[in-house]
Design a protein around this ligand. Structure first.
Ligand code: TYD
Ligand code: MG
Length: 469
């Protein structure tokens, strides 16, 4: 038999190279290549391809197969999964260590165990540790089948049965190993092969499989990204350390919408649902300070209101700093450039700090308007009306562009007691519906600043002196 050839595989993106390099050419990660042995090629591929059985083609219509989704009753979770768990589907839950993946899954399993058979297989913690957590969560009486195992062959032997569990959690996939593969647990080849075997069984038996994957900073352990293409649904559990809320975000879903979020709060008794995240994100807001604007955003199908905070400070020396938490820094530079060159707001001499309050990350360009307002308000020291929300995308010529799902944004703002909204002009021939909130369409950034009482007719120097003094 030919000697196994080895290759160097990036543990963060899975790219493989014939020789070692300090930096992965695939994803740019440093020091992430690990030598892994590739299975030996025994015969030319073309010979193996002969004699296969022909597949049968069918129509798109096919037979109607209603998916009965299993619901955990934890609404924030069910929604993120597209309304419940589809039998035979495989869900990858990624996230930083310690963010709460095991806690969430144990809670979900305890709920599902009320009406179906569930198994929780842990490769990281001892049975005692999991029991301790279950007691802490108050779910110790739920009929969840518990096991501590890391050998994939053993795991498969216990779940690949007609009377096997209908929902299986494997926590985490980085601890699993197949004896047939030489590399150590956590390497890309082990993680992929283990996931592949488990997924095959889940599809054949029709049970729901949860795979937990830690997001890793150092390159020697394969991250969940190397599995994303193999699973049906990818959820990431996010949250800032020091903040107690956590966001479960759909990155991929073959059975539902992506970009959905579920919001949870970490409490003494585990993760609690946050049915109204906007109220939570805005709960610590002080209405009368400059540099603060409320953005009516969308996360998937759900409106979320967040406070955008800006602080500007004269630059002491060199290039001004641009520090952003929770938003895109390239986008911030663009808004600052538009404000400066189109509206005469002198930001280039200032350090800018921008923060999305509460630790949530937003990616929508619709936040542009609120960011521009917060920046200018911070510079002029004039507070923005506390009962106004803003949303709209800003173009390079300072025009305000339309965004999607305007009705939902307005409805949510109105529900939370906001009185007016600054937003893009409606498309030609259309009007905004009356939703209990005053709409204030804006055409360009200068008009926005004028309507907010910021920077209009102010000579540049006056603005600078005021902020500096
Ligand atoms: P865990 O679920 O172990 O994280 P992961 O599986 O993603 O690594 O979560 C651990 C953290 O959650 C730990 O810092 C303690 C905290 N925690 C609570 O605050 N309350 C609780 O009820 C539980 C069980 C954990
Ligand atoms: Mg864990």
């Amino acid at each position: 038999m030919a000697r196994d050839k080895s290759s160097f595989v990036c543990q963060s993106c899975g790219s493989s190279f014939p020789k070692w390099m300090g930096k992965c050419e695939g994803c740019g990660a440093w020091n992430s290549l690990v030598e892994e042995s590739a299975p030996a090629k025994t015969s030319p591929l073309s010979r193996k391809l002969k004699g296969g059985k022909a597949i049968e083609f069918a129509t798109l219509l096919g037979e109607d197969k209603e998916y009965a989704r299993a619901q955990s009753g934890l609404h924030e979770f069910d929604r993120v999964c597209g309304g419940g768990l589809v039998p035979g589907s495989v869900i990858l839950i990624g996230g930083d260590p310690g963010i709460g993946k095991s806690t969430l899954l144990l809670q979900i399993m305890a709920r599902l165990a009320q009406f179906t058979t569930t198994a929780y297989i842990s490769g990281e913690e001892s049975m005692e540790q999991i029991r301790l957590r279950a007691r802490r969560l108050g779910v110790q009486n739920a009929p969840v089948q518990l096991a501590a195992a890391t050998n994939v062959a053993e795991i498969i032997a216990s779940i690949d049965r007609a009377d096997g569990p209908r929902v299986v959690v494997v926590d985490s996939v980085q601890t699993l190993y197949l004896e047939a593969i030489e590399s150590s647990p956590g390497t890309v080849s082990q993680v992929r092969a283990a996931a592949h075997e488990l997924i095959r069984v889940a599809k054949a038996r029709g049970f729901v499989l949860f795979l937990v994957g830690h997001v890793t900073k150092e390159g020697t352990i394969a991250g969940p990204r190397v599995l994303e293409h193999m699973v049906d649904t990818v959820l990431y559990f996010e949250g800032e350390r020091g903040h107690h809320f956590r966001i479960l975000r759909t990155v991929k879903n073959r059975f539902g919408a992506t970009d959905e979020i579920g919001v949870f709060q970490m409490t003494e008794q585990g993760l609690a649902e946050v049915p109204n995240p906007s109220a939570l994100f805005l709960s610590e807001r002080r209405g009368d300070v400059s540099g603060s604007a409320v953005f009516a955003g969308m996360e998937g199908t759900r409106p979320v209101l967040v406070e955008i905070q800006a602080l500007v400070n004269p630059t002491n020396f060199g290039t001004p700093r641009r520090t952003v938490i929770g938003w895109d820094s390239g986008r911030l530079s663009m808004i600052a450039a538009v404000l400066e060159s189109r509206c005469g707001i002198p930001l280039s001499g200032y350090d800018i700090y921008l923060n999305i309050a509460g630790g949530i990350r937003i990616s929508e360009p619709a936040a542009d308007l609120a960011v521009a307002a917060a920046l200018t308000s911070a510079l002029t020291g004039v507070a923005i009306d506390a009962e106004t929300v803003l949303f709209g995308e800003i173009g390079l010529s300072a025009e305000i562009r339309s965004v999607t799902q305007i009705d939902q944004r307005l409805r949510e703002a109105s529900k939370l007691g906001f009185k007016s909204a600054m937003l893009p002009k409606p498309l030609p021939g259309r009007n905004y519906p009356a939703l209990g909130i005053r709409t204030n369409p804006i055409e360009n950034v200068s008009e926005l600043l004028h309507k907010l009482g910021l920077g209009q007719d102010r000579p540049k120097r006056a603005v600078t002196t005021k902020a500096a003094g």
